[in-house]
Design a protein around this ligand. Structure first.
Ligand SMILES: [Zn+2]
Length: 222
């Protein structure tokens, strides 16, 4: 939603005239902003899934390589190192562990359920609050503490729990990737680390792109 922020009332209005105090909102480039909600299921989120699987594959590769080197360096019989990859079993074992690990990751992500992401994109940066339905099991699956004092009621009267808040200033963004097809804008800080992803509503994607584009040092279109 494209809104204008009245500093005096600390509230948003749809038009540049404040709904609350009736005064015109000035300095529009400072006070216009976008805010929206996005419901995400971690199990259905490709970058999350791929990231978790990549970590597993890398760990497994490092482990197998270390074992191989260990055999070469320390074993009196160097053939053991070669035999390791034969049907003595290390590779099938590594593969089983990999599949088991992938299944465990999917289970944990599935238990995490869905999360509600509240985005605000303003003149200074991008701001995100993440809320989940309060549940001890969901907290356990995310390895976060269950914090009853972070539970609040949403406008529809449902209980929800704040589990995280992230702020990223435009000045700190090293790289921005606009993925139109996936409906996602990835913000990197540093340039190799995806610090935050924005999931704008389809119809607002272009407006948000145009809004943040001039603020970016390095922009990539995908
Ligand atoms: Zn006002």
């Amino acid at each position: 939603m494209h809104v204008y922020y009245c500093k005096k009332c600390k509230a948003d209005s749809m038009t540049p005239v404040c709904d609350h105090c009736g005064m015109p909102i000035t300095a529009l480039n400072q006070n216009e902003r976008f805010k929206w909600r996005y419901i995400r299921t971690p199990l259905g989120d490709t970058p999350t899934l791929l990231g978790a699987l990549r970590v597993m594959v890398v760990t497994m590769t490092v482990l197998v390589t270390l074992m191989f080197l260990g055999e070469i360096i320390f074993s009196p019989n160097k053939e053991n190192a070669v035999r390791m990859f034969g049907y003595s079993g290390i590779l099938p074992w590594a593969l089983t562990l990999l599949i088991g690990g992938a299944a465990a990751i999917c289970l944990v992500l599935g238990l995490q359920g869905r999360e509600e992401m509240h985005f605000v994109v303003d003149a200074r940066g991008a701001h995100l609050q993440t809320w989940i339905p309060p549940s001890r099991l969901k907290c356990l699956a995310r390895s976060i503490p269950y914090e009853a004092y972070n539970i609040a009621t949403d406008p529809e009267g449902n209980a929800r729990m704040l589990i995280g808040e992230t702020h990223l200033l435009w000045a700190d963004v090293c790289r921005c990737e606009i993925r139109r097809h996936a409906g996602r804008i990835d913000l990197y800080r540093p340039s190799g680390f995806r610090f935050m992803s924005l999931y704008p509503e389809r119809q607002e994607m272009e407006a948000i792109e145009n809004y943040i584009m001039p603020k970016m040092k390095q922009l990539v279109h995908r």
